[in-house]
Write a new protein. Structure first.
Length: 68
């Protein structure tokens, strides 16, 4: 199996764009959002992270089904 480096870099670039959008669009509100997240217990943050990973995996699988 050969790695498609172009696809990996494109996916990484898209991840950076999506991560940066809230900071750009909601710059005034982000400190409040970050303080709210920081006050959450670790269990809630893990659930949020797991949910995000599952959603991301489902999106990748959905995207792959369109390519096949």
């Amino acid at each position: 199996m050969e790695l498609d480096w172009q696809l990996i870099f494109m996916a990484l670039g898209l991840a950076f764009v999506l991560e940066g959008l809230p900071y750009f669009i909601l710059a005034e509100r982000m400190p409040i959002v970050l303080l709210t997240l920081a006050s959450r217990p670790p269990r809630a943050l893990r659930i949020l992270g797991l949910t995000s990973m599952i959603l991301g995996l489902l999106l990748v699988l959905l995207g792959r089904s369109f390519l096949d």
